[in-house]
Design a protein around this ligand. Structure first.
Ligand code: PEP
Ligand code: MG
Length: 583
């Protein structure tokens, strides 16, 4: 990194994934707010930049022509006037010629040239007395936005241009962007919005790259290509660091790498306490590409395969066959270990595009038609997934897990669909593992409080603390303004966990945890002491959790659990946990 003379700025956000990264900013411009960053285009690339603009205009022309056809078909010819007007505006030299001139003469990027021209045209329209003509400024803006969208594309298209090791700075990132983040091998990412367990944060942990979220308005200060340090250990982002800061962080980065190598030595050792109590250590996986990392991590299988990627990757409904192929591949690769496949846990946005017909906007998606509820509303989609998983169960060791279960009735209903899916396969003569194990995720307080009833019906329970904490404290896990309330180290949570584990054991079932809490060494001792049978965590966390488990005794862990749970004083509980924190 070159030494910079630019102003150093430090931002504090929410830790999403630990580690240090040092590099150059790849700024994702916020499309809706049009925080367009001017960029100098090297002379030899100016022609290409003009070409980009022309392609974008052609793209909008095509878009409008298709829209016009649709409008005529659905509403009649008289309603196509607006599309015609927009098509005419696209050809207007006022817009076209000026943008191209700016790119050529000023050597600026197409986005910036376009937006300055649009603003100029809008301003001139605002001066017109006639109301009708004055209002045409909205049309110009709309056209401008459409071209802009063609230029920048959805976020993931912009990310596709990021160089290896670059640091993504964005207002927010959607689930489909995550696939691009992986493909581009980025060094880290930071976002204005988001909380500690937002899915994008979990994705960063799985990818083993540092991330800080909830930085509020970092994107307004950050410049494309500027130097940046991401300190995922402290939730800090440093723009244009001075020499001394840079030196300190480079040393920290080196020792981080050395520690990683040290932990790798633990890979082939079992996850057992020093007095011989063995626990299972599995991984959370968000995409099939991670399977290799899982196999290298020293874990024993997949404790949570989030299947959402299958739906989000193409942004459309996958067929049963496609789902089967994906599941089969993962299951095969993981042999001799088992894979717990969680059924679809989607909600909120994205659904309409994917074939969930009749899905309407929800103001509170986390409390709405999410996960198993969505599957109940769309049983054919649900059963297609179940059939795919069942068929894959023939190819290796598979278990099924239902997310967002709120009651035993709901769990039974999900199992009924599973039985239907089995009969459908039987009717077609397709094979599957008849006695496939079925588990319930316990991540809603109502399920935690009735875990004894659910445990009787399930083969295993898996505690989803990310949501359990969210729903227990009524605190949105994505909202940085209330991130301080998101507190795993609270008696409310610890009591619920104890209750779930005890309920499972009384019914003779094993209990795992696939929420983030399982990957935090502060809680390893108390969770072992409470009797947790399985830790399912991001692959990156496997060595440190294994090290933590191997450095305690079951007896001490049980003492700690007793001390913390019998003590009604929160401060005392926190300090006991901290005293036993294994680093
Ligand atoms: C959880 O809620 O703890 C969990 C593991 O599921 P997700 O993070 O995918 O909601
Ligand atoms: Mg969850």
């Amino acid at each position: 990194m070159e030494q910079t003379t630019k102003q150093t700025n430090v931002f504090k956000g929410v830790i999403a994934s630990s580690g240090i990264a040092i590099g150059k900013i790849f700024l994702i411009e916020e499309e809706e707010e049009f925080a367009i960053v001017p960029r100098k285009i090297p002379k030899q690339n100016v022609k290409k930049e003009v070409g980009r603009f022309k392609i974008a205009v052609a793209g909008v022309t095509e878009e409008l022509a298709i829209a016009k056809k649709e409008i005529i078909k659905v509403f009649g010819k008289e309603h196509s006037l607006l599309a015609d007007a927009h098509l005419l505006m696209l050809e207007d030299p006022l817009l076209n010629r000026d943008v191209i001139r700016r790119i050529n003469e000023e050597g600026v990027n197409a986005e910036y040239a376009l937006w300055t021209v649009v603003e100029k045209v809008v301003q001139s329209f605002e001066k017109i007395d006639d109301e009708y003509f004055r209002e045409r400024k909205n049309d110009i803006q709309e056209i401008g936005k459409r071209i802009m969208r063609q230029l920048t594309g959805p976020y993931h298209r912009a990310i596709a241009e990021a160089g290896k090791g670059s640091i993504i700075v964005a207002h927010s990132l959607g689930p489909s962007d995550t696939i691009k983040l992986k493909e581009r091998n980025v060094g880290a990412f930071v976002t204005d919005v988001g909380g500690r367990t937002s899915h994008i944060a979990l994705f960063a942990q799985d990818l083993d790259i540092p991330a800080v979220v909830g930085l509020k308005n970092l994107t307004l200060t950050a410049n494309h290509e500027d130097d940046i340090i991401v300190d995922g250990n402290q939730g800090l982002v440093i723009l244009n660091p001075d020499e001394q800061t840079l030196g300190n962080y480079k040393r920290e980065y080196d020792s981080q790498i050395a520690e990683k190598h040290e932990l790798e030595k633990l890979r082939d050792l079992p996850a057992q306490t020093s007095d011989g109590h063995r626990v299972a250590l599995a991984c959370n996986v968000d995409s099939p590409e991670e399977v290799k990392t899982v196999l290298n991590s020293g874990s024993e299988g997949i404790g949570l395969l989030r299947t959402e990627f299958i739906y989000l990757k193409e942004n459309k409904m996958p067929s049963e066959e496609q789902q089967y192929e994906i599941c089969k591949k993962v299951v095969h690769k993981m042999l001799p270990y088992s894979v717990i496949i969680r059924t679809l846990d989607l909600g909120g946005d994205k659904l309409m595009q994917m074939g969930f017909e009749g899905f309407t906007h929800e103001s509170n998606p986390f409390l709405g038609l999410r996960a198993i509820r969505l599957c109940f509303k769309y049983p054919e989609i649900f059963k297609a997934q179940l059939r795919a998983i069942l068929r894959a169960s023939k190819e290796g060791k598979v278990k099924i897990m239902f997310p967002m279960i709120s009651s035993v009735e709901e769990f039974k209903r999900a199992k009924k669909y599973l039985e239907e899916a089995k009969s459908e396969l039987q009717n077609k003569g397709l094979e599957f593992h008849e006695k496939i194990e079925v588990g319930a995720m316990i991540e809603i307080p109502s399920a935690a409080l009735t875990a004894d009833l659910i445990a009787r019906e399930a083969d295993f329970l898996s505690i989803g603390t990310n949501d359990l904490i969210q729903y227990t404290f009524a605190v949105d896990r994505m909202n940085e303004s209330v991130a301080y309330m998101y507190e795993p180290m609270h008696l409310a949570i610890l009591r619920l966990i104890k209750r779930i584990i005890d309920a499972g054991h009384q019914a003779g079932k094993w209990v795992g945890m696939c929420g983030e809490m399982a990957a935090d060494t502060s809680f390893t001792s108390i969770l072992v002491g409470l009797g947790l049978d399985e830790f399912s965590i991001p692959p990156i966390a496997v060595p440190k959790i294994k090290k933590a488990i191997r450095s305690i005794t079951l007896a001490d862990a049980q003492d700690l659990a007793r001390e913390v749970l019998s003590n009604n004083d929160r401060e005392a509980a926190v300090s006991a946990i901290r005293r036993n924190h294994i680093t």
